[in-house]
Design a binder for this molecule. Sequence first.
Ligand code: RB5
Length: 142
Amino acid sequence: MKIAIGSDHGGFVLKKQILDLLDTLQYEIDDVGCYSLDSVDYPGFAESVCQKVLSKKVDKGILICGTGIGMSMAANKHKGIRAALCNEQFAALMSREHNDANILCMGERVIGAGVAEEVVRTWLETSFSGGRHLKRISLFST
Ligand code: RB5
């Protein structure tokens, strides 16, 4: 499975930790940046990851900023993107089972690395349940 990952400066340190985890778990990775702690604007990184998911260059995306809020707002502007802000494991599980989330968002200033790693593992290993949830996600207007 190939994963695109992006962050702004507020998510940069957590992105590095999640990159190490993805590498250990042997996922293919496409890191779209940012590549330093210099202040940057998060919507561009959300755009890059969304385009890679929508064009099927990758299977799923991960976006990290300070809170995860800006990244999730920016990502969900794209038709076909279902970005879930998950700062704990239950949300990660349900966002895959019920919502077929294709992008995971997290906030570096909200969760620690240990919880974030569990969120990522759960999110990547959980399948969409389909069934009644398929109709529901098909009703999204964008
Ligand atoms: C950057 O300071 C911060 O606003 C950004 O990382 C994010 O939290 C926005 O939602």
